[in-house]
Each structure stands twice: as structure tokens, then as C-alpha cells.
Design a protein around this ligand. Structure first.
Ligand SMILES: C[S@@+](CC[C@H](N)C(=O)[O-])C[C@H]1O[C@@H](n2cnc3c(N)ncnc32)[C@H](O)[C@@H]1O
Length: 298
């Protein structure tokens, strides 16, 4: 969808009036499913999510999803990219709320397909609040978050008996602001996972060192986790603080820190992940693309 605002185009196809200008009567069969699509590859969506998609009359999907997902969209459904990606026409969050609500009020089954899990840095909280305020029945279908995809794909546990009993999830754009908060983070002793943090790796690593973290603490940057072209780069906190750990791709990446990363395993890469529902040729081709790469920063 390019050119004019995609949200306006959606309105043209399913107007909320009856054609003579009178508003449609809210229809009780309208329903919204917030569906977690997983980390980007089309075979990591859940079966429940796939079933919701199969029944969808309207699909509002994030731009970051692999185009192969389109193979799952029912042919009759109105499908609309409302995701956020630099340099492209984007829908405002308020437009997304309005679209979900208006289509549901018209009696349609709406799927709001979101990357990873809808409730982890996915604005799922805001979307559920908007639906609740409008009295729209909805459900949230969880998805595999980048956190789980990154650890499983790169090959380390997030928790490990006697080593890491806590997982702290951070947003790279909003790091701790006080010395006490940094010290608490270091003292937590678990695994730290930083979403949206590939640009702040060095600053974050320096702050952790400044507040008492061990320079030898293992770190990893996992990019495009569980997708074709996955890359994982392992290093130490000291090297990351020195600027040695840089993204290898333009794809999304998650930065991990913690002793649990010492307990690595090496998943066999040749396992075939066949989806449970028929997918289009484009989905199959996407899965067949490229292997995974592993690097060491130093
Ligand atoms: C707006 S957040 C959405 C997170 C999503 N709701 C989830 O649960 O994974 C986007 C960030 O998630 C991370 N991310 C998403 N998919 C990823 C992937 N396949 N590999 C690595 N990181 C990913 C990146 O840090 C990216 O900047």
C-alpha cells in the first residue's frame, strides 16, 4: 500500500455508513483479535493465531512482518499494513484504534496482527484499552516474543538453575536514569534483554560496567532471530563497551547480557519447520532463503 494514506483507503472499501449517510447500526458479531505473529518468520505464529486469521474479514498488520504472511490472509479479507517503518506512509496509533473499532462496530471480525507478542513493546495495552472503552469484544492471542526467539535461535537459556533466576526486559530507548536504578539492574544478577537497543549497545554496556558489572560478562547481539538470515554475535561486556559489537544486518536485533549466555547449546539448523496451514508459494520461498550466521565480535 503506497501513495495516499492507507487508513483512508480502508475507509473507502468498508464505509461506516449505509450508503445514504446514516451510520451503520453497531453489530454484535464484531470482534477483534490481537494476534502475536511471532518474531517474523511465518511458521512461528500459533495455531490459534492462524485460526483467527482464517476467520478474519479485516486484517490490520504491522509493516515489519515477512511478506510471506500474506499467504495466510483470507482472499476475501480487507488487508491493510498499518505498521511503523522509517520512510513509509504510516498509520497513527489513534487511526489503528479507530479502524479496529469501526470495523468491529460494523460486525466484522478484525485481526490486528502484531510482531512478536502483542503485550511486549507492542502497544497491545493501548489497543486493548481503546477496545474496552468502546465496548468492543476482543481477545489477545500471544505470540513468540523476540526474547524467546533470540535465545532459542542463538542457543542459550534465559534462566539457568543456580546461574540466572531472573529475566529483565528493557527498552533501549529508555534506559535507567539514576545510579541507583543501574546498580539495581547489575545486582539483579539475571539475564538482561534489550529490545530496540542496537544503537545503544555501547552506552548501555559502559553504564553497566560503571555500576559494577563484570567486564567478562557474556553478551550477545541476535539479529533477525529465527528468520532467514539470523545472525548472532557473542562477546563480552568489556568489548561491547569498547564499541566492538555492532549490528551485522539492517534487521531487528536484541541485545542480551548475563551469565546464562555461558551455557550455550548449538541447535541443529537443518530442522524443517512446516507450517500447519497451507501457505502460498511466496511463504515457502521465503523460508527456503539463506541460512543462519554466527559471528564473534572479538
Ligand atoms: C516494537 S518492538 C516489538 C517487540 C515485539 N512485540 C516482541 O514481542 O518481540 C521491536 C523490537 O523487537 C525486537 N525484535 C523484533 N523481532 C526481532 C527478531 N526477529 N530478532 C531480533 N529482535 C527482534 C527488536 O529489538 C526490535 O527493535
Amino acid at each position: 500500500m503506497s501513495g495516499s494514506n492507507p487508513v483512508d483507503q480502508a475507509h473507502d472499501r468498508h464505509p461506516s455508513t449505509d450508503g445514504q449517510g446514516s451510520p451503520r447500526i453497531p453489530n454484535p458479531s464484531g470482534f477483534v483479535s490481537l494476534v502475536g505473529a511471532g518474531p517474523g518468520c511465518p511458521d512461528l505464529i500459533t495455531l490459534r493465531g492462524l485460526n483467527a486469521l482464517a476467520a478474519a474479514e479485516v486484517v490490520l498488520y504491522d509493516a515489519l512482518l515477512d511478506p510471506a504472511f500474506i499467504g495466510y490472509f483470507p482472499e476475501r479479507a480487507l488487508t491493510l499494513s498499518v505498521g511503523k517503518r522509517c520512510g513509509q506512509v504510516q498509520a497513527e496509533q489513534s487511526d489503528i484504534h479507530r479502524l479496529m473499532i469501526e470495523h468491529a462496530l460494523c460486525g466484522r471480525r478484525v485481526v490486528r496482527l502484531k510482531g512478536g507478542d502483542p503485550l511486549i513493546f507492542g502497544r497491545g495495552g493501548e489497543e486493548t484499552q481503546a477496545l474496552e472503552a468502546a465496548g468492543i469484544p476482543f481477545e489477545v492471542i500471544p505470540g513468540v516474543s523476540a526474547l524467546q526467539a533470540g535465545a532459542a535461535g542463538a542457543g542459550f537459556p534465559l534462566t539457568h538453575r543456580g546461574v540466572s533466576r531472573r529475566v529483565t526486559v528493557l527498552e533501549g530507548h529508555h534506559l535507567p536514569e539514576t545510579a541507583a536504578a543501574w546498580r539495581d539492574l547489575v545486582a539483579s544478577g539475571g539475564t538482561i534483554a534489550v529490545y530496540m537497543g542496537t544503537r545503544t549497545i555501547q552506552a548501555l554496556s559502559r553504564s553497566l560496567l560503571d555500576h559494577g558489572a563484570a567486564p567478562t560478562l557474556p553478551v550477545a547481539l541476535v539479529e533477525q532471530a529465527q528468520c532467514p538470515g539470523q545472525t548472532s554475535t557473542f562477546s563480552t561486556l568489556a568489548h561491547a563497551a569498547a564499541g566492538a559489537l555492532r549490528p551485522a544486518t539492517r534487521g531487528p536485533g536484541l541485545f542480551f547480557i548475563g551469565e546464562a549466555l555461558h551455557h550455550r547449546f548449538h541447535p541443529t539448523l537443518e530442522i524443517s519447520h512446516e507450517p500447519l496451514a497451507p501457505v502460498s508459494g511466496s511463504a515457502r520461498e521465503a523460508r527456503a532463503r539463506g541460512g543462519r550466521r554466527e559471528r564473534r565480535a572479538s
